[in-house]
Write a protein that binds this ligand. Structure first.
Ligand code: HEC
Length: 106
């Protein structure tokens, strides 16, 4: 019998279906280009890094136990952490703000 995990066959939702405002939709594009290859946005299943579903809905980040807030997240995105490289040279402040706005919707 062939069993596919539900998340693999789930269709990608549009920005409208996710009810994203323009800033969040811009952040989604940043996420898809920069983060999605290593972090699942709508699953807690690990890829190269941990899945980030509901990342801001919890008080602490899953691996490091750092507080899940914009300040810490911004630092991780800019400077990286442990095995993850930083993106401070490829993303500008606006893109990081948009990215964080989107990540609050996960
Ligand atoms: C090439 C793969 C890769 C990319 C691209 C990547 N990450 Fe990571 N990320 C990782 C790995 C691996 C870890 C785990 C680091 C560790 O060992 O602590 C991690 C850790 C994290 C953590 C910390 C989790 C915790 O509990 O402390 C956050 C938050 C995070 N990444 C967010 C992002 C965001 C946002 C982006 C896009 C800007 C991104 N990552 C891009 C691989 C990646």
């Amino acid at each position: 019998m062939l069993v596919l995990p539900a998340c693999e066959v789930e269709r990608r939702k549009s920005d409208a279906e996710l009810d994203l405002n323009p800033q969040q939709a811009a952040g989604r594009r940043v996420y898809d280009d920069t983060c999605a290859r290593c972090h699942e946005p709508y699953s807690s299943r690990g890829k190269k890094g941990p899945g980030l579903k509901g990342v801001f809905k919890q008080q602490y980040l899953p691996l490091s136990g750092l507080p899940a807030n914009d300040e810490r997240m911004g630092e991780i995105v800019r400077n990286g952490r442990s095995k993850m490289e930083g993106f401070g040279r490829v993303l500008n402040d606006q893109q990081i703000q948009d990215l964080l706005a989107y990540m609050h919707t996960l």
